[in-house]
Design a protein around this ligand. Structure first.
Ligand SMILES: [Zn+2]
Length: 151
């Protein structure tokens, strides 16, 4: 017999999810009350609302860290906002997927080429070909691209 998963509502974000994944918050309205109200929440929602200076139960940390790790992976919104900016500035580009762990953006502008590599671990390398030293720059260099070539 398959047990139906019990759904609970996260008291912070209001979404329902499985009870087994929930953290239970026991609320005693006053110190002398014997009965508590049980509230459920996502471990990550708890982490967001509790001040960083309050250490949480150690069992929560492994789960929380996994989620944080996932959030730290390839920042898609960052990547997309770069592509949107290029489009808005009418700068032509194309995407190349030649490395296992990165997406390259090749930007062709008069007299130079920029290659911007977005790595899975969140790193961004900017290479600018006119730059005689061929040195690798960081993401800040991209401001220069928009400054020079936006129309
Ligand atoms: Zn939640």
């Amino acid at each position: 017999m398959i047990e139906a998963a019990i759904e609970v509502v996260c008291c912070f974000c209001g979404k329902s999810f499985h009870q087994e994944q929930a953290v239970i918050l026991a609320v005693y309205p006053t110190d002398d009350r014997k009965e508590s109200q049980n509230l459920y929440c996502h471990p990550c929602c708890l982490k967001k609302v509790v001040s960083k200076c309050v250490p949480l139960h150690p069992d929560l940390y492994s789960e929380i860290e996994e989620e944080v790790d996932n959030n730290d992976a390839f920042p898609l919104s960052n990547f997309l906002s770069f592509l949107n900016r290029l489009s808005e500035a009418h700068i032509s580009y194309h995407l190349i997927h030649s490395m296992e762990d990165a997406i390259e953006v090749h930007v062709d502008v008069p007299g130079e080429r920029w290659e911007v590599d977005y790595f899975a671990d969140g790193q961004v390398y900017v290479e600018r070909f006119t730059n005689p030293s061929g040195e690798i720059k960081d993401e800040k260099e991209l401001e220069e691209l928009f400054r020079l070539f936006s129309d």
